[in-house]
Design a protein around this ligand. Structure first.
Ligand code: SF4
Length: 318
């Protein structure tokens, strides 16, 4: 695996003007992915994970939005792209697997039409029949035994599991460098979610694509990711390789997240995290976890990043 990042987010801030005031949703996010790497971004709902994903694909569009920082994909700053610029990038160099395949696929076009359009958008010189052949092969790769039937079906004629495989095919058909997967399969049952992650791992490895998995499910993340970023209220508070994060978490929020995971063995009850994610229009000054942290003190107004071990970074004064 190359050590140079293929994708990086640098000091990303996102502010959206709302009726109640300006919401500072992303607060200096930094993360990177290397080619072929599987990385997870975790945190409670409302912590900014999906906003990070949407910003990475230029899908966040609000007239009152203000973004600062850089999102670099293979040397290009995606934040500087206008609508036309995105056409050569989205679905071609970076693609997304959404949570709910039923909502992500267009119900008025057949699966075949949607796959062929995705292929030809990435490779305008491909003929329709070549694209159809590629789409059929792509469906076989996700272990669909009767791709011709699926190609001629509308999404509502297929099961959620089949639609999820169609979405994976669509995301990977143009061999992107980066795939962002936002809670893939979590709208379906646990078995489908497991299959989705297995297929995604297998196919991304085949094309050497880096994956950013957005999830609040630490059990899934532990099995899938090689590295993890923990996000709280629009800020990355800890990053480490998966083994380290689970065996030696350092940030109080990471510890609280891990303590909140239900155990099958029942040796102890999960402990919910007291309090809630702060209001983005009026977040606490300094460490945003302060109102919920049992260790808060006066120095928490400006916590630095500490590096207890190479590759393990924690934003906390402790
Ligand atoms: S910086 Fe302070 S408030 Fe924030 S997590 Fe660390 S100890 Fe808690």
């Amino acid at each position: 695996m190359s050590t140079d990042p293929v994708f990086s987010i640098e000091n990303l801030h996102l502010r959206i003007r709302q009726f109640e005031g300006e919401a500072h949703i992303l607060n200096g996010v930094n993360l990177h992915l290397r080619a072929g790497e599987r990385v997870a971004l975790v945190g409670e709902s409302g912590c900014g994970k999906s906003s990070t994903a949407m910003m990475s694909l230029g899908l966040m569009e609000a007239r009152s939005m203000r973004a600062e920082g850089r999102i670099i994909l293979d040397g290009t700053d995606l934040l500087s792209l206008r609508r036309r610029g995105w056409q050569g990038v989205r679905g071609r160099q970076i693609s997304m697997i959404f949570q709910d395949p039923g909502a992500a696929l267009n119900p008025v076009f057949t699966v075949g039409d949607q796959l062929v359009t995705a292929i030809r958008r990435g490779n305008p010189s491909k003929s329709r029949s070549d694209a159809q052949g590629l789409a059929t092969d792509g469906l076989r790769q996700v272990h669909i035994n009767d791709p011709e039937r699926v190609m001629s079906s509308y999404p509502f004629q297929l099961s959620g599991g089949l639609n999820q495989r169609v979405l994976i095919t669509m995301a990977l058909i143009n061999r992107p460098k980066v795939v962002v997967a936002d809670e893939p399969g979590s709208a379906l049952d646990v078995t489908v979610q497991e299959q989705t992650l297995r297929l995604m791992t297998e196919l991304c490895a085949d094309v050497d694509a880096a994956v950013l998995l957005i999830s609040h499910n630490l059990g899934v993340v532990r099995r899938f990711a090689q590295r993890i970023y923990v996000m709280y209220s629009g800020t990355i508070v800890e990053e480490a390789d998966t083994a380290t994060l689970f065996s030696a978490p350092r940030h109080p929020y990471t510890k609280a997240l891990l303590a909140a995971v239900p155990r099958l063995t029942g040796e102890r009850l999960p402990e919910p995290i007291p309090g809630r994610v702060p209001d983005y229009t009026d977040p606490p000054v300094g460490c945003r976890f302060r109102p919920r942290c049992p260790h808060q003190r006066s120095e928490c107004v400006d916590p630095p990043f500490a590096e207890p071990a190479p590759g393990h970074r924690v934003r906390c004064v402790l």
